[in-house]
Structure formats: structure tokens, C-alpha cells
Write a protein that binds this ligand. Sequence first.
Ligand code: AMP
Length: 291
Amino acid sequence: MNPEPVRGDAARLDTVRTTADLRAAVARWRKAECTVGLVPTMGGLHDGHLALVRQARAECDRVVATIFVNPTQFNEESDFESYPRDEARDAAGLAAAGADFLFVPSAEVVYPAGFATTVSVSGLTDCLCGVSRPGHFSGVSTVVSKLLLQALPDVAYFGEKDYQQYLVVRRMARDLDLPVRIAAVATVRAADGFALSSRNVLLTPEQRRRAAALFQVLSDMAERLAKGAPAQPELARGRTVLIEAGFERIDYLDLRHGETLAALERAEAPARLFAAAWLGETRLIDNVPVA
Ligand code: AMP
């Protein structure tokens, strides 16, 4: 460990846009025997992202955040276009949370002409968002494997908010022998329980008020499932409550094993409840453990 880890501040947050510049910085740190933490994001940063940075700051000597709105993991062109982008605001937040370095590659840097490789993880991607967002996880696995190989961090941080993504990335890193620990960070929520999300800014105030029902329904269901309630009636009831709360469409509401994502009929540890539902044009996801 470096005895005097540098605390991030706005003046120290170097921003680079090429893989060569990122690698040069990481090589310098490695030479100084610093450990490196990586926090991949798509920008539109909020306190959930910053919790990842804070955990990285606490565990690593140097913290690299990345911002890349990855076109290959979007299903709708309109979702990609409307995705919030404000690099200056994001950089200020990252610096305040303790990041040392920001990598912001362009689409040409990530996918140069002739790019023809896809990384895809089977099994874990056959359910939940893998079904409702075809191709999404191949986009994620491909870009995350690139970022991991570009930065070669000791630890990469992912939010439990996207729990399936965390499991997929962890599987990929293990299967490809990538020398990195994949760390999970607990979901950061607003006071009403709503999981912070970059797409929140796309919700109207009325939709934002209704959105809290997602976590409330999951929490209520988790409590009953933990006491031994069978899954199917709970799931049916949960769907009805979500529709009554104003969600127009539910992509899934499922009880699954927290490691394998196998569907469960009753809560067996480690069980997890997963939901994806639509408010207007905005798709929200959340998940909670069933203890
Ligand atoms: P994104 O920019 O949406 O791709 O998210 C970047 C990282 O931040 C992912 O690992 C997400 O799981 C994580 N993240 C997003 N929202 C939250 C949240 N509310 N709490 C914790 N982590 C989050």
C-alpha cells in the first residue's frame, strides 16, 4: 500500500480520453506500488455512483472513474439519445467523492473501425434483463472487459442496484482469468426508498412520486417471503399492486437465487427479488435480498 494515498479534489482529477494515456498513468502508479480501483459509469452521476467511488477510495491507493455512454447496451436509440450527459458536473462530483483520475473515451476509442469482437456470458443472462433487453449484457460484458483490460485495476466496483450486471461481470472476469476483484456496493436510495438512477431526471414529479412504490412493494414482499410465503401468489399480488400504483408495464417481478439466478418457488438463502417496470417512457429496475 502507498503510505500516503492522494485524496481527490477538483484540481487533481486528471481527465484523459485515450487508452494510451490511461495506461501510462496506471503504469506510473504500479511502479510506485499503488493499488488501483476502477469505477465504470455511463455518467449522469448521482450519489449511488459516488458511493462506488467512496468505497474505492477507502480500499485503493488510486481511483479511476470512467464515463462512457455505451451505445451497444441500449435497446432503444431514443433511450441512448436522451441519456443524461454532463461531463463537467460529473467530474466535479467524482473529484469531491475522491476519484483521482477520469477516463472518458469516445465511441471511436472504444469501438475503432473494424471492431468485431463480442464478449457474452451465457446462463446468467438467460433471465430478467437478459430477456427484456436482448443483447444488453453482451454490450455490457464487451465494454467492461475492454475497460478492465485497458486499466488493469486491482478492484472494479459495481452497484447492487444492477445486481444481474454485477453477477455477469463477476462471472466474465472469473471465466477469462482477468486479474481483478469484482466488488459489489449496496444500493443507494432516496429517503422514500427509491433506488437512485441516472434516468430519474427523465421522470415527471408525479412519476417520481409513484416510483417509490417499486421499492415499497419489493420490501413488503421480501418480508412475507422471508417468513415462508410461497412465491407465486406473492408475485401475482406484487404485480397487481405495482399496476395500481401507476406502473404501466412490468417486464418482470421474480424471486431468484442470489448467485445462480435460478427461479425459486420459496425464499431459500440467498434469495433475491428482482423487478423491472415502466413509468411512461422510463424503465426502472430494483432488487432486494430476501433475508
Ligand atoms: P451506470 O452509470 O448506470 O452504468 O452505473 C454505473 C455503476 O453505478 C453501476 O455499477 C451501477 O450498478 C452503479 N449504480 C447505479 N445506481 C446505483 C445506486 N443507486 N446505488 C449503488 N450503485 C449504483
